[in-house]
Design a protein around this ligand. Sequence first.
Ligand code: NAI
Ligand code: MG
Length: 367
Amino acid sequence: SVNKLFVLPGDGIGPEVTAEVEKIANFLTKEGIARFEIERGLVGGAAYDAHGVAISEDDMARAGAADAILLAAVGGPKWDKVPYDVRPEAGLLRLRKDFNLYANLRPAICYPALADASSLKRELVDGLDLLIVRELTGGVYFGEPKQIIDLGNGQKRAIDTQVYDTYEIERIGRIAFELARKRRNKVTSSEKHNVMKSGVLWREVIIDLHKREFPDVELEHQLADALGMQLVRRPKQFDVIVTDNLFGDMLSDVASMLTGSLGMLPSASLGAEDAKTGHRKALYEPVHGSAPDIAGKGLANPIAMIGSFGMALRYSFGLTELADKLEAAIAGVLDKGLRTADIKGNAPKAISTSEMGDAILAELKAR
Ligand code: NAI
Ligand code: MG
């Protein structure tokens, strides 16, 4: 069957890193290993320059018709002054909202070859492989009321509201348990039930779901502050961590520093399953931004983008073995000492974006 990929290069280094993914996808298609049909669209500053919007209705429709969306990054100083509702990030928010992408998956993998670039000592992170599952469409970032009230006495009051319904907790929990079954079968659920009602409900719903549907998966609970501490103390104890929008935002940024470089980190955002087809809308993107400081120079590390494609193979296309091979190819290239500038460390020289893409493709061919 044909795997339909909608590619949104976006801004800055986006076109450079997505070109490396297309190189790999086209190779796989040509060799008959898997068939990819690639369409390209515009998002962010690129869409604003062309159409005056952050993403066009036509591109939204084409994104909706694809099996997976691959987005690099949006934004840059060039668009800092464009109106709020068409600013580059609005394109990203629109995709998340319209496709109801409620589950954000952020793996933190520490390749042995890069363990010395971690913020932690090598022995703490060597072989690290954890996955943070963050709730992305609810919680305090969206809850109402959300306002600043003028109290009139020279004082103001800011209000944000944390809201979670049972179904929101249950569906994110289900994703975490299902993913754990394909990994090391352990879920750590994190909230602050000691001081937050949303934490009380979160814990209750997760425990109930576990009992009903996933008794075979190991479940533990850690308060979010304690989990932050454990992440930098003994990160290898974790397999899948499931948590809310706010805690997940913070904890995944902490976890990213365990792995070496921003240029290495992929992510996936998954939506609800279509009742008829069982297909899930999904957006795959690197964690890094558009890196305007190095754009157009061939300096960008394409690994986060290629890794995001790997996640698409795994979660949207069911090509698990191919995803394993691609990840092994990335590890293999790093083992050989090949490095882009951002991860150069003590390596004698850095290679370019396209040289890294070529090296990964060569490694993949050899497997
Ligand atoms: P950034 O992630 O773009 O860059 C931070 C630093 O990391 C820079 O020094 C950059 O050169 C480096 N870097 C990032 N990705 C790299 C890669 N693949 N290879 C090598 N080096 C890499 O974050 P920054 O500078 O805060 O933001 C730049 C622009 O990107 C802004 O307009 C921001 O709004 C946007 N942005 C977009 C995101 C998205 O589309 N999801 C996420 C974060 C930022
Ligand atoms: Mg963040």
